[in-house]
Design a protein around this ligand. Sequence first.
Ligand SMILES: Nc1ncnc2c1ncn2[C@@H]1O[C@H](COP(=O)(O)OP(=O)(O)OP(=O)(O)O)[C@@H](O)[C@H]1O
Ligand SMILES: [Mg+2]
Length: 462
Amino acid sequence: MAKQAPTPKSLSLQLIRTITLALIVTLILGGVLIYWHAVQRIEAEMRAAIVVGSRIAHNALDDVDEISATRRRLELTVADFDDDRHLRASLRDPDNVVIRQSILQPPSAAVPEWLYELLAGKPKVVRLELPDAFHKFGTVVLETDSHNEVAEVWSDAKLYLLILTAFCGVVLLILWVALGRALRPLNDLTGAFAEIGAGRYDRRVDIGGPRELVELGSGFNAMSERLSEMEHRNRRLREQLETVQEEERAELARALHDEMSPLLLSVDVDATALRQQEETSRDPDVEKRAAAILDAVLKMKRNVKGILGQLRPSGLHALGLANSIENLVAFWKKRHPDIAFSVNVPPRSFGVRMDAAIQNIVREGIANAIRHASPRGIDISIDIESGNLLSVEIIDDGIGLAPTLTSGYGIIGMQERAALLGGTLEVIDRKDEHGVRVKAILPLDGAEYLSDSKSMEAGTSV
Ligand SMILES: Nc1ncnc2c1ncn2[C@@H]1O[C@H](COP(=O)(O)OP(=O)(O)OP(=O)(O)O)[C@@H](O)[C@H]1O
Ligand SMILES: [Mg+2]
């Protein structure tokens, strides 16, 4: 089984996704850099703290000769480190038992323990080398504690990450809006191409946006203009073709009517005269021949009339639209008395070309219903709709359209006739019940209608 190709993602979505990925990578890299910088900073701070602390303690305890209360001096030196941010000093007796310990300044903000583990290195411990006079009381030990520094670094890192995230968010937002704006003409173009595909060549697009889209829009408009022109030219050519055909048929009809009919009439008259003469001379053979000639002439007259009817579409000029449709219906009624026909056609003309097109559409519509759908009823109606439009409908209650239509020329022909008059025609399944609805919408061309009405009044029948 053929695999269905996945629906491609939209261009803006693809761009946004790629840029989001790039921003996430930037965020991760930023995070790593912030981490590395924080570790370095904590390490440097702790190293500096222990160096400075050692120097302070040494300075306080170095001039041993001037110290009278040695132990007291040791305790005071340790107390000097109270409220230090990074160092904890402790006085330990010779057995390393803590006698007194300085109190560290509490961190400005709580730091999660995992973060502390992650950032703080091992505490640095320095046991001070004190003059001998202090040995019996113990010694001073300085130890770094990076909680304060980690808290500081953490609040800085949070700020950096917040700024970085906000930056990424703003970039994405701006990108989303900018892309939406820039690509809007592309969406218009997509819709416009679909309309062109459906045959609406008068579609144009607004030209705007980036240069590439401006060029694309101009190209599209030039293409649709060209297509409109070609369609217009095609229509004119088809109209001319139809007119030429009509004229040729009319010429033929006139020739048949004007040249054949008098000849047939004269043969008819002569044969009648011959038969009458024969009645006096009583020659049965001549009488038989005269009767045969008269019979042949009658047939020829019928044939000529039939051909004339073919050449002048069903004697439309003579009968009028409503009558010729009634004739059409009568023709089918005679052959299918079981089908109920309903006809709603106004007793007027809509112009020669329009009347001819309507009649042909109705003829094919009825023929299709009877040939393909076995209907019990066929409704034919012609109505003037709002907006100067004429609606022609042939509705049957037959079996409806097959899922796949076999291609014939009837529907195409009907659609071409409608298109020639600037209208449309659709053949669709009925929504209310079984059957098919053929619906043509034809614009009423006032000028043609008027001129044709006049010519109708003048009478131009053959
Ligand atoms: N009223 C209808 N009910 C059911 N099917 C229809 C009806 N009208 C048309 N069809 C379907 O549409 C197809 C195409 O119709 P179309 O008139 O174009 O060709 P056709 O009637 O088969 O041949 P032709 O060229 O002689 O007219 C038909 O073969 C038929 O299957
Ligand atoms: Mg047909």
